[in-house]
Design a binder for this molecule. Sequence first.
Ligand code: NDP
Length: 464
Amino acid sequence: MSAVLSPPHQGVAEYVDQVMQIVKAKNPAEPEFHQAVFEVLDCLKPALERHPEFQKEKILERITEPERVLMFRVPWFDDKGSPQVNRGFRIEMNSAIGPYKGGLRLHPSVNLGILKFLAFEQVFKNSLTTLPMGGGKGGSDFDPKGKSDNEVMRFCQSFMSELQRHIGPDTDIPAGDIGVGGREIGYLFGQYKRLRNEFSGVLTGKAMDMGGSLIRPEATGYGSVYFAVEMLKTRGDTLEGKECIISGSGNVSQYTVEKLLDFGAKPVTLSDSDGFIYDPDGIDREKLAWVMDLKNNRRGRIKEYAVKFKKAMFTPVDKNLDYNPLWSVPAFCAFPSATQNEINAKDAANMLKHGVKLVSEGANMPSSLEAIKQFVDAKIMYGPAKAANAGGVATSGLEMSQNSMRLTWSREEVDERLHNIIIAIHKNCYETAAEYGQPGNLVLGANIAGFLKVANAMLEQGLV
Ligand code: NDP
């Protein structure tokens, strides 16, 4: 009964605690979702103190409950003619400020809890972009690794055969994420068009010849570097000559390296799920072009880098270690760009010990709660994912605008808009943190700023 009849003058800390208990009870066995919700709710306390109407109208209870969850069977034939079955998902989390928007992830680890955490994060991230986009996320436990192009196509067509009922250019606009790049978006778009007999901007991350936007593939990595530049500016510093450690070697990592080189920094690591490479000479443009071909065309493994470039070292993943040695490589900046919870408390301690003064999160929720606490307590420049990697979805928003207007902006125009959006996001987070009494704490700033816009729109729209 107490959850239903929560006392009107209950303190904010107790209210947050109570909502957290409800979230855990209603969403058992979803630790990543609990983690993402806790991180946001814990930061919102000063905003809830200032705005008692949010508690009165049960905004936290409402914002943590997805508007709609779709879960469906995805049957497809492999190349041997054997039937295969995967599970497909789409979480339509919140549409208070715009149609649902968020990527599709294809990875064997995908489950309901992981997609709910991603969809929840997406709500606040999209709010920060300044564009009118609600939050969603989807995907499947299908593993594209080792599959032929035809197998990937048959999977994508089957997945879209169900998803097409629920999405649309004014309803829900998916995009890429882990395991979903240009090839997958092409297959998904083709099947949507065929089933709906409509050529529209229903997906973003499309190739240029089907309504894509210039700079979209680059946007998340570029944005994460632009965010780092903004953080450095507040301390009168630049990226010039700084050693940078980067995890992952996919879309986000590749364009992070490219933009770091533009700013004169020295990227020295990349990784995949088998291990990481460290190149003491730095990853230059020529080596990056080789990595892009390896990953995007030949679909090879990062350990091949150390065979090709002799001074580089490859360190394989050691499952017996309770930390990732990548995060012990001495550097000034870190760009985690692979996956969630890739930095634990021990990794964070190693980073601080080895000189890291700036973390800009390309991946979603790459740092555990304990790791974040260490970064915040150490007062290093810490750019949380929902702010630092918002460049990807922001540019997806720009792709939607171009599709609606049926025109294409130049590379320079999209890049300039992306850059200005990142500058605005950083400013908003920075000023909000100061306004709520914790200057420099961009986690608090991002969570409060992202939340306020969505929560106010929810209040204005009544109990829906
Ligand atoms: P890609 O699939 O292009 O690349 C993912 C990279 O991370 C690969 O190198 C992959 O290695 C590695 N990786 C994935 N899962 C794991 C794991 N469990 N353990 C170790 N390494 C892993 O994905 P993206 O670059 O698009 O996405 C990377 C991160 O950025 C994700 O957290 C995503 O949510 C986030 N992001 C992406 C955006 C985008 O626009 N693409 C936008 C905003 C956030 P392997 O090949 O061995 O699996």
